[in-house]
Write a protein that binds this ligand. Structure first.
Ligand code: RFL
Ligand code: PHB
Length: 437
């Protein structure tokens, strides 16, 4: 029988990887996969990361920008936060704007000093790739046709193509960190998974602009014509979004139309106009909410976008991916150090508790700030009244700020995971507090 942990005992040359077995095979070199590999390596656990795209493509994919305090702390504590601390910008508040007026949510004041950091996702990726390769870690880029096998039995393995050769790698565990369109989740039989999905009736048109910042803090704006968001990447590059039809085409949006629409949605005075800059990137994203349950199938563990998608209004996707792999890494470390699988068994429940809390927060922000074409006047009034209540209530602002900056890791956000854990305790309740959140 194979004993988890004897990865080094079977190694062969002349493959995409120099070995035939590893402890953890990680599919996907996004934030989830790379961070998991990094956390495991720090604990002396071996992994191989498989990525279907090239290193250059992975490092150039433009996506998220907002890092929660929790994510920032983890990057710093594990030695990959140095460039982020130098180049990222810390924001202690955000603005919610509606009816042409701004209302500041004082994130740090409301959360005991916590804040967000603006630092692009592809920079996080670059830092993690450099850390893994610098430490001798294995990331196989450009792998094709990857499939995962026998994760319901005790001998899982992955099969993949490098150039024109088919290779296999045996492992103890597989981490499916291959994003929403990846192969891992789809490999689980339909009957073994439940998927919850809501496709929102709008998209975000995103642009990158060469210009100095438009505001000191992010602006989330609600307008009758639709939502818009002012964000930033650096002193010279700004990130702006506006709500659009998800089926729209970027070609329908010449620069003049984008500026005019942003001016209309964001203005607080009749003559207000954003300073223009060169728009060098345009794209449309469909808004989607998605969760698969459970997040574990035998020795296959899903993490990040492979298991859940949130609309970006709450800026949670990357942060949830990092939170998942922290829980998973801790559980794997426990497995390899003490031999106990208890934490691996609880991985799905613990991760899902945070995921559903983030889904609810992202939905709250999305529903409060977007235009819904099918809303009747009463529903429009309700939406406005809710925004006004947030603007007027310190309690509601605190709730928003706590979720936005992110709860500390290890804090189970709802009773769901705790109940799931307690259910497994002996009937007399003995030891029911043995696994505190
Ligand atoms: P990723 O980043 O999609 O990485 C998955 C990787 O797996 C590879 N892959 C495969 N590799 C091998 N074999 C296969 N069969 C494979 N199939 C796929 C892919 O090439 C890819 O490299 O998932 P991960 O690691 O879970 O990370 C999730 C985040 O990328 C995502 O949640 C965020 O970008 C979401 N998001 C935001 N999150 C935040 O926390 N803060 C934000 O401010 C924020 N803003 C955003 C966002 C997402 C956006 N879009 C584009 C949806 C803004 C936008 C516009
Ligand atoms: C971004 O800067 O890309 C960004 C900021 C805030 C969000 C989503 C995306 O809620």
């Amino acid at each position: 029988m194979h004993v988890p942990g004897d990865a080094s005992s079977m190694s062969f040359a002349s493959h995409g990887t120099s070995r035939k077995r590893t402890q953890v095979a990680i599919v996907g070199a996004g934030p989830a996969g790379l961070m998991l590999s990094h956390l495991l390596a720090l604990a002396g656990i071996e992994s191989v990361v498989f990525e279907s795209r090239s290193r250059a493509e992975v490092e150039a994919t433009l996506r998220a920008g907002v890092l929660e305090q929790t994510t920032v702390d983890l990057l710093v504590e594990t030695g990959v936060g140095e460039r982020m601390l130098r180049q990222g910008s810390i924001h202690q508040g955000i603005e919610i704007r509606f009816d042409g007026r701004g209302h500041r949510i004082a994130l740090s004041e409301l959360t005991g000093g916590r804040a967000i950091t603006l630092y692009a996702q592809h920079e996080v990726i670059r830092d993690l790739v450099a850390a893994r390769l610098g430490a001798g870690g294995e990331i196989l880029f450009d792998v094709g046709d990857l499939t995962v096998h026998e994760f319901d039995a005790s001998r899982p393995f992955v099969r993949y193509r490098v150039e024109d050769r088919i290779e296999t790698l045996a492992c103890d565990y597989i981490a499916g960190c291959d994003g929403f369109h990846g192969a891992c989740r789809r490999s689980v039989p339909d009957a073994a998974r439940t998927e919850y999905e809501h496709v929102h009736p709008f998209g975000w048109f995103g642009i990158l602009v060469e210009a100095p910042p438009y505001a000191r803090e992010l602006i989330y704006a609600r307008h009758e014509r639709g939502f818009s968001l002012v964000s930033t990447r650096s002193p010279d590059v700004q990130r702006l979004y506006l709500q659009c039809d998800p089926g729209d085409d970027v070609d329908n949006w010449p620069d003049a139309r984008i500026w005019s629409e942003l001016d209309t949605r964001l203005r607080t005075r009749a003559d207000e106009r954003l300073h223009r800059g060169r728009i060098f990137q345009k794209g449309i994203v469909q808004m989607r909410s998605f969760v698969v349950e459970p997040m574990r199938f035998g020795s296959l563990f899903l993490a990040g976008d492979a298991a859940h998608i949130v609309p970006p209004t709450g800026a949670k996707g990357l942060n949830l991916a990092v939170a998942d792999v922290k829980v998973l890494a801790d559980a794997l470390i426990e497995r390899y150090t003490s031999g106990s699988e208890d934490d691996l068994e609880h991985y799905s429940d613990v991760a899902l508790a945070r995921v559903w809390a983030a889904q609810q927060f992202s939905w709250w922000m999305t529903a409060m700030l977007h235009r819904f074409d099918d809303h009747d006047p009463w529903q429009q009034r309700m939406q406005r009244a809710e925004l006004q209540r947030v603007a007027d209530s310190r309690a509601l602002q605190t709730a928003l700020a706590e979720s936005y900056v992110g709860r500390p890791l290890g804090n189970i956000d709802s009773g769901v995971a705790r109940r799931a854990i307690l259910v497994r305790q002996p009937a007399d309740g003995a030891g029911s507090e043995a696994r505190p959140a």
